[in-house]
Design a protein around this ligand. Structure first.
Ligand SMILES: [Zn+2]
Ligand SMILES: [Zn+2]
Length: 212
């Protein structure tokens, strides 16, 4: 059954909802990739990443996402000048989600930390279904022997996402993304692009290399 889920940054400034979501209307994964880890480390040691550096993400159409308060707190990071847009609440550094750099591809990977499952009263599994797969485990931290995850992203999953993307694009969902201005199509916040040094610093956190 599809339901609405409350969205809330940790401090409560930024709020909204994910509308009509369910396990069938998206794809729940845990991503261990180096870029997701860099984003988690950029935000700080506040429980975004699991012990293996994974991020629990629900991939869905951005048209189902709406912000109702604190939109001015919505900020955006790019690890490189060509990277994805990684959205977070500037007030308390709660991650919100990842989108492509253009609204033409109607996709958001909604990050677990901004979904208020407590207020919703259901567990994450109940609201969004179980994790379908762990992906990009080749970047995972710590002992990987017990980790039930794919080294990369399975092709079947990629095809499923592609199918969903095409359907969302045909529905015109790209024009309804809250991350892009409806008129101009530009991101609603100017992306902060990391310098090479800043990126290397985050990479060192991931690999556990000592600071130079
Ligand atoms: Zn906040
Ligand atoms: Zn990732």
């Amino acid at each position: 059954m599809a339901n609405d889920l409350p969205i809330r940054c940790r401090c409560g400034n930024l709020r909204g909802r994910a509308q009509g979501v369910s396990g069938e209307r998206g794809n729940r994964i845990v991503c261990y990739c180096d870029d997701c880890q860099a984003f988690g480390d950029f935000l700080g040691p506040d429980g975004v990443l699991d012990t293996h550096g994974g991020t629990d993400i629900f991939q869905m159409s951005p048209a189902r996402l709406e912000f109702t308060r604190g939109l001015d707190q919505l900020a955006c990071l790019r690890l490189t000048s060509k990277g994805m847009l990684r959205w977070y609440a500037a007030c308390c550094k709660t991650p919100i989600g990842n989108t492509m750099a253009t609204r033409q591809i109607p996709f958001v990977g909604l990050i677990h930390a901004c979904v208020d499952h407590e207020a919703d009263g259901r567990s994450r599994d109940e609201a969004l279904g179980p994790v379908r797969a762990g992906v990009n485990a080749r970047f995972a931290r710590g002992d990987r022997t017990q980790l039930d995850a794919h080294d990369r992203a399975p092709l079947s999953m990629g095809l499923g996402i592609l199918g969903r993307l095409v359907a969302a694009r045909l529905r015109g969902d790209h024009a309804a993304s809250p991350f892009f201005d409806r008129g101009t199509g530009e991101p609603v916040a100017v992306p902060l692009v990391l310098s090479e040094d800043e990126r290397r610093g985050l990479e060192n956190v991931r690999t556990g290399a000592p600071a130079p």
